[in-house]
Design a protein around this ligand. Sequence first.
Ligand code: NAD
Ligand code: DAU
Length: 342
Amino acid sequence: MKKIIVTGGAGFIGSNFVHYVINNHPGVHVTVLDKLTYAGNADNLKGLPNNRYELVVGDISDAELVNKLVSDTDAVVHYAAESHNDNSLEDPFPFVQTNILGTYTLLEACRKYGVRYHHVSTDEVYGDLPLREDLPGNGEGEGEKFTAETPYNPSSPYSSTKAGSDLLVKAWVRSFGLQATISNCSNNYGPYQHIEKFIPRQITNVLSGIRPKLYGEGKNVRDWIHTNDHSSAVWAILTKGRIGETYLIGADGEEDNKTVIELILELMCQPKYAYDHVTDRAGHDLRYAIDSTKLREELGWKPEFTDFKSGLADTIKWYQENEDWWKAEKAQVEAFYANKGQ
Ligand code: NAD
Ligand code: DAU
């Protein structure tokens, strides 16, 4: 694989993958296709050698542009998406446009030119799991995590459009023989994550003198993985995964939101309870948890960043040291939430 296209490569996880590929695989050239929406930032690619990558600013729904780029590549790794649940509850349309029609446009181009395709998706397509405390024996038995066999049951406009895009990929594999794989990953954290998301919102709240905001009681559980580990997993699937297969990516990082917010406050030397409970998210998924046995056993992948507290401390340090990256957007993000009582 000498030339790859990374869609959404100027966003949080996509840019991490571009850094990962350029730093670890010297023979690979990356074309980033990114619309630079509010969530994309060309600075996320700053410092990378110019001869190793090119940024093409454009829309994945633009068939002419997509065909031109795909006709001259070995693989497409598709990260571009509208990615935030809270935005999808306010206006689902861009989610349908980018996540479904954009994916369709890429699939058709890869079919036309016989190009390898990897689809980056989310564990949210499976809906949610009950909280462990509500399960017999505190959920220690079998079947309490998502696997590739779990039925799709998405809850939000965001997750339903991601589920729809996954199903398009499966159909293109079966009906047209597309050379594709799918990965469904749990919640990522790390540097360059947009401050609308839970962890960076709370860190930048503290840095801005605003009390962190916890939805509802904060019992909801997310399965945290460092974004570097997501990147190494996607590379393993792209290069060694079996065509037509789905791999779940996770690092056994389950934490409830209340614990995470209190840990952020502790790491930032604030009183443990200096946060507000705010209006809960509509349709708020209770718990995500990934069983990544298939990925680990078949492809030999394992996560490196398994100490959540130290990963979080490094992430806090990054937002402290990179105020210029997030400061200008803070007031607008908080105004959006304040309007919703969050
Ligand atoms: P992000 O919102 O930070 O970045 C999305 C990127 O896509 C941005 O650079 C944006 O400019 C670009 N983009 C949006 N619409 C586009 C369009 N029409 N054409 C071209 N580019 C467009 O998102 P993220 O958190 O980095 O997520 C990336 C992918 O990973 C998404 O597909 C998401 O569903 C998936 N994912 C995210 C997580 C997570 O925890 N954030 C977990 C699992 C899977
Ligand atoms: O599971 C993978 C998904 O993880 C990805 O597909 C999504 O793109 C990504 O955004 C993320 O979705 P979540 O909705 O889980 O992430 P978010 O950061 O928005 O919220 C994490 C949890 O924190 C969730 O239970 C809601 C809660 N929350 C969020 C915000 C923004 C709060 O309690 N307070 C907040 O201010």
